[in-house]
Design a protein around this ligand. Structure first.
Ligand code: SF4
Length: 327
């Protein structure tokens, strides 16, 4: 949270600002301090053998288990994007979503639509918990929320709707991190940061250094990342291996060697890249047959008309320009 907030790219109050005054209270540092105090685990693997262990176990104030896999996107969505700065309320929202099988990015943006519509006040964490609890019941509002961000916005007449291909945007403002913004607009998945994580080159300076505020170079990095990600996903590897692979020139050849070892014959880097390209081509073909056109490869209009403070960066790619990010 603190890193992206300092970069001015933490979407705040439904993508109105890039910095949140309450960032410190919902930061990874605060989360770790709470775990140290209350018990739980700061590192936790989702399967035996993972040496990264990106997950954790989070307890409440009384030291009782509250949630796990309490990660950045969830904390951003129910936190900065809704102006909620109480980490325990956000942990309860995460738990509610886990219990009902709801995606936290989609539901956080859905709650932002409820705030835009005046059903919940901005910053009211307890109000969010009360509304989330309605999903999965016969409550009419719960039935609307359960259909996600775009549906909820339509039901309430909200026109500032952060979705691409009806999938809600994640935790990096595309105007300040254009490498991932191009991915949101063009990936066949809809607004999916994991499909081409340009945050690496724009903010973390991992696998290259491209200015996230300018257009130059960001279509290219998004396209390359989308291909690499499709290859990693197709291999069944956790996407977090991509950081290591991107940061070392031996990374991609090493992945090709892993495949060689598995299938018992030579497998080249070109074949690995080709697998990523073919995977994306299949997905794009699926979308085309489902009725999507090039005009759907664009961010919602408000990103094109509003500048993002504090760096006052905008979004002026045309849908035609963005086609270059597709295979
Ligand atoms: S998501 Fe990936 S990095 Fe995180 S615990 Fe699971 S395998 Fe490890």
């Amino acid at each position: 949270v603190n890193v992206i907030n300092e970069a001015g790219a933490l979407p705040t109050k439904n993508f109105r600002m890039g910095k949140f005054d309450g960032a410190e209270k919902i930061s990874g540092e605060t989360l770790a301090a709470n775990i140290e105090k209350r018990g739980g685990k700061t590192k936790h693997g989702c399967h035996t053998g993972c040496i990264i262990q990106c997950s954790q176990v989070y307890h409440d104030k009384d030291g009782k288990y509250l949630t796990t896999g309490f990660e950045y996107e969830t904390i951003w969505g129910f936190g900065a994007d809704l102006l909620v700065d109480n980490l325990d309320d956000i942990a309860n929202m995460d738990r509610t979503c886990d219990e009902a099988g709801m995606d936290t990015i989609e539901m956080a943006n859905t709650m932002a639509m409820a705030m835009e519509a005046g059903i919940i006040a901005w910053g009211d964490g307890k109000g969010v918990l009360a509304e989330l609890a309605k999903v999965g019941t016969k409550d009419p509002l719960g039935r609307i929320y359960g259909n996600g961000t775009a549906y909820t916005a339509q039901a309430f007449g909200v026109d500032r709707v952060p979705v691409v291909k009806n999938q809600a945007l994640p935790a990096y403002d595309p105007r300040a991190v254009k490498g991932v913004g191009v991915t949101y607009a063009t990936t066949p998945m809809g607004a999916d940061h994991t499909a081409g994580y340009g945050v690496c080159q724009n903010v973390l300076k991992c696998g290259g250094d491209v200015d996230g505020h300018k257009k130059e170079g960001n279509i290219e990095i998004s396209k390359n990342l989308q291909v690499a990600t499709a290859a990693v996903d197709s291999l069944g590897l956790c996407l977090f291996v991509a950081f290591a692979v991107l940061d070392d020139a031996r990374g991609v050849p090493c992945m090709a060697k892993l495949v060689s070892g598995l299938i018992g014959k030579d497998y080249s880097v070109d074949e690995l890249v080709g697998m990523g390209v073919n995977c994306l081509k299949d997905e794009l073909d699926f979308n085309k047959r489902a009725g999507f056109t090039d005009a759907d490869d664009q961010l919602p209009r408000f990103f094109q008309t509003e500048l993002l403070p504090p760096h006052n960066v905008g979004w002026d790619y045309t849908a035609e320009e963005l086609q270059a990010a597709k295979v």
